[in-house]
Design a protein around this ligand. Structure first.
Ligand code: ADP
Ligand code: MG
Length: 324
């Protein structure tokens, strides 16, 4: 199969929906202008860093490549519309691998009403690289940025955190629906998606908003709570008597709490709202996705982690960093 046959195969599987009036097949796509603000996000995923084969299927790699971009649009309080997908495909893996990658990607695109509107297809003798640009528009009147958190705001997260490497990073549902629901219900002051870990991503909000925060350790929703199933590849489970804090059960040198704070790739939403809006959320939240209030925004800069016994620790922006 040639590159052109492959693009034809992709084209047959893709469906043009507004605002895309001309999708795959010409020298450029045509999008019908809309009076809404345009959101644009790009993420590049690389074999070896974001997924490995054969541990991951090519379908899940394709799915994840789009899902992380959907998560960024969700974090802006946005509705995704059109995607552009550029790939460097490893020649050795052949066409079935490429088709599987795009099948996984297109299934998720259909689920969220996203049009695959263009891209670029290359083959080479190196690992898979996929770069996706995703367009969208704000669900509400404006987009939600990292700036805008105010002292007194309550800090919320969706879902559960930590241990994403066990599989969640491949199968997570991007929080598009949740973001839309939040925008409909309340005035979200600041929002980010948790890609680098709660501690690191919270610091992005604090820095952009010029505020600080206090987080309650015992309120953080844990994907693998102590006593629960520990990630198998993470070695010895040393039992401890405390649920949280330094004496909690450890795996791979990290407690469940530390994992929730710093593992990253949770792709949950972290956002702040006024106390009044927090009450509205607690009363009227209609979705099954859990919302948890984990602390509050303070006027004093920096971030503190509070424990039930009254201990307070500084919470540095630990987590995943892309060091150059
Ligand atoms: P050109 O040589 O003019 O850049 P291409 O042959 O690269 O054209 O692409 C032809 C059409 O197929 C374009 O509309 C392009 O956006 C689309 N396309 C190519 N690769 C992909 C891909 N991986 N995913 C989606 N669309 C693609
Ligand atoms: Mg091209």
């Amino acid at each position: 199969m040639s590159e052109f046959d492959f693009i034809d195969w992709i084209r047959r599987r893709a469906t043009d929906r507004p605002p895309v009036s001309l999708g795959i097949g010409d020298d450029a796509a045509i999008l019908a202008p809309s009076d809404r603000l345009l959101l644009v996000t790009t993420d590049m995923l690389m074999e070896g860093t974001d997924f490995t084969f054969p541990e991951t299927t090519p379908e899940l790699a394709g799915r994840k490549s789009l899902a992380v971009n959907l998560s960024d649009i969700a974090a802006m309080g946005g509705i995704p519309t059109a995607a552009f997908v550029s790939v460097a495909l490893p020649r050795s893996r052949g066409m079935s691998f490429a088709e599987a990658f795009f099948s996984g990607l297109l299934d998720l695109a259909d689920e969220f009403g996203v049009t695959l509107a263009g891209g670029d297809t290359n083959t080479w003798d190196n690992p898979l690289v996929a770069s996706i640009t995703l367009l969208g528009h704000p669900a509400g009147r404006s987009a939600i940025t990292r700036a805008g958190a105010k002292p007194g705001d309550l800090i919320f997260v969706t879902g559960e955190l930590g241990g994403s490497i066990q599989g969640h990073h491949l199968t997570f549902t991007p929080r598009i629906q949740e973001a839309k629901q939040l925008v409909d219900l309340v005035d979200v002051h600041a929002m980010i998606d948790i890609s680098d870990g709660l501690a690191a991503d919270l610091h992005h909000i604090l820095k952009a908003s010029g505020v600080g925060a206090a987080i309650d350790a015992e309120r953080i929703p844990l994907r693998f709570p102590s006593g629960g199933r520990e990630p198998p590849e993470c070695g010895v489970h040393v039992s401890g008597s405390h649920d949280q804090g330094v004496n909690a059960p450890r795996s791979a040198g990290k407690t469940s709490l530390e994992r929730a704070l710093s593992d990253g790739e949770d792709f949950e939403l972290l956002f702040t709202v006024s106390p009044n809006d927090a009450n509205i959320l607690e009363r009227d939240w209609p979705l099954s996705t859990r919302l948890t209030s984990v602390g509050e925004i303070t006027s004093e800069n920096g971030c503190r982690l509070r424990f039930p016994d009254g201990t307070v620790q500084p919470l540095p922006p630990l987590g995943w960093r892309h060091d150059l």
